[in-house]
Design a protein around this ligand. Structure first.
Ligand SMILES: Cc1cc2nc3c(=O)[nH]c(=O)nc-3n(C[C@H](O)[C@H](O)[C@H](O)COP(=O)(O)O)c2cc1C
Length: 501
């Protein structure tokens, strides 16, 4: 209620009188009760829908908006007419499909007064990455039914495509390589009302569409189509696919990156937009990319980092040939092995990007600990790709539960307490690390956390070692016995005789 220029004052008031998500919900509820008792005035029409939206009281919001007097005031009120349409847009994008039961179970999530609307919609920090198990409404429906906080589609192209020739994927316990070449059912399918309804169901989860056009013109056309489609919460523009034959990775070419963002800005899209980036390795490249993205901070809501590590190669030791067929065997690397690369992306961009641009971390996440690490480096949301591919949509339940367990153990109440708070290396920290390592079970990929990727390599090594020790002891005993038989030690001979008796 304070004017916008008083941002600092607003913050002080928030911390003094509101202080938490529960406090915020309580005050919204008070104001709602107050306005519900009033007759529709300009002030009521301006404030009541806003508070209802904040509290996710969708059914009440709908009832308020369809009240004829309220509609009349809002439609004819020059300054709030836009608001009327935006509330309707928000309602038909998902919440209206929710049952009252689900609506009642949803509590106000945002505890940060300045948290962008987009992120306030999310019920947890974890959702699916574009690609694995995201090509059809059947697969997306499974994501929606899990603890994934949102639903993100496979990267779409203007027309359907089958992708590169098979075999185009390879998985191992510690990494995967793929050169799928964006097989997908086309933008028309992913923005179709039926696809969205089937995918979202009654969950009311935000539905995002990823696009990866063959040209800038294709991307522009797809973005315009998405903005016209009801039920889509945002766009993820993939500027990082390494697997389309004959197409370079856009975001490695800074001139192209700038052109793309300039074009996106000129479109004045009505939906939030994120850009998906490839991994960078040289600090200068991070800096160049961040500078360009910062120039468009009013256009770009968030970045998603990172796509696969492009053009890697794996051979079969049996055939001495690459393990996948397209592009001479070169493919994008993903899975646990890329986690350190992904953490570095999130950390570096967190330090370089304007704070208005959120960071979604993706790469090698397979456990609650991995999510925690991403948040510590600065990620606001975390996506899961390869682990979802291998383990199925149940992975979201496991990962979210593990993450919540870690937060509870550490007494973290609000993620902002830890987000981006990674400390520098210290001697004291190293000592804690050594202690911690001694306590935790060893895993092939290092670090704590569960997941199917935790290889049984260590178990096998342990078994092998145990067998070795047994065999070695037996051989030693046999040699000793033989040596003792040849020695002329009277008391030993006596002992052996007694033992034989
Ligand atoms: C089989 C497969 C297909 C993928 N397809 C897409 C895609 O269509 N669009 C996209 O932006 N990223 C795609 N990715 C990249 C993932 O979204 C993710 O950025 C990358 O795999 C790193 O995360 P991860 O280690 O959790 O898999 C794909 C990854 C895999 C393994």
């Amino acid at each position: 209620m304070l004017p916008f220029e008083s941002e600092a004052l607003r913050e002080v008031v928030w911390w003094r009188y509101v202080g938490s998500a529960e406090g915020q919900a309580k005050w919204h509820a008070h104001i709602i009760v107050f306005f519900m008792e009033q007759r529709p005035s300009l002030r009521r029409c301006e404030e009541l829908p806003w508070h209802l939206r904040k509290c996710r009281k969708w059914t009440t919001l709908r009832n308020v908006l369809v009240d004829l007097r309220t509609f009349d005031v809002m439609y004819n009120g020059e300054q709030i007419k836009g608001g009327l349409f935006s509330y309707w847009r928000a309602l038909v994008r998902g919440p209206l499909y929710m049952s009252d039961e689900i609506e009642a179970s949803i509590v106000l999530q945002s505890s940060n007064p300045h948290e962008p609307e987009l992120l306030a919609e999310f019920s947890s920090r974890v959702y699916n990455a574009s690609g694995p198990r995201t090509g059809s409404s059947d697969a997306l429906q499974k994501v929606g039914a899990s603890k994934s906080s949102a639903i993100l589609t496979k990267s779409a192209t203007l027309l359907p495509q089958t992708g590169n020739p098979l075999p185009r994927t390879y998985t191992s316990p510690t990494f995967s390589i793929n050169s799928e070449g964006l097989p997908n059912k086309s933008i028309e399918y992913y923005i179709d009302g039926e696809t969205i309804r089937e995918s979202v169901g009654e969950t009311g989860k935000p539905y995002f569409v990823s696009i990866s056009g063959k040209s800038l013109e294709d991307n522009v056309e797809m973005m315009k189509l998405i903005c016209k489609a009801p039920g889509v919460a945002g766009i993820e523009l993939n500027l990082a696919c390494p697997n389309v034959i004959g197409h370079p990775i856009i975001a490695y070419d800074m001139t192209q990156l700038r052109t793309v963002l300039k074009t996106v800005k000129s479109l004045k899209l009505s939906l939030p937009i994120g850009i998906k980036l490839p991994p960078y390795f040289d600090f200068i490249h991070y800096q160049q990319a961040a500078e360009i993205i910062n120039e468009y901070n009013s256009t770009i809501d968030y970045i998603v980092t990172m796509n696969t590590v492009g053009n890697t190669l794996m051979l079969s030791p049996y055939s001495n040939e690459p393990v996948i067929s397209p592009k001479g065997g070169y493919g994008g690397l993903s899975g646990p092995a890329v986690k350190p690369i992904a953490l570095a992306q999130v950390r570096k961009f967190y330090s370089l990007l304007d704070s208005s641009i959120d960071i979604v971390g993706v790469g090698g996440v397979q456990s609650g600990q991995d999510v925690y690490d991403m948040v510590l480096c600065g990620a606001k949301m975390v996506q899961v790709g390869t682990c979802h591919w291998i383990e199925g949509a149940n992975c979201f339940d496991r990962i979210v539960e593990e993450f919540e367990g870690i937060l509870e153990r550490k007494g973290v109440k609000d993620l902002e307490e830890i987000r981006g708070k990674l400390k520098d290396w210290s001697k004291a920290g190293a000592a804690i690390d050594r202690k911690g390592r001694k306590l935790e079970p060893k895993t092939a990929v290092g670090g704590a956390g569960g997941g199917k990727f935790q290889s049984t390599l260590d178990d096998r090594a342990f078994l092998l070692l145990a067998c070795g020790v047994v065999v070695f002891t037996q051989v030693l005993c046999a040699l000793l016995a033989q040596a003792l038989g040849h020695l002329d030690v009277p008391w030993l001979a006596q002992l052996m005789d007694n033992l034989k008796k």
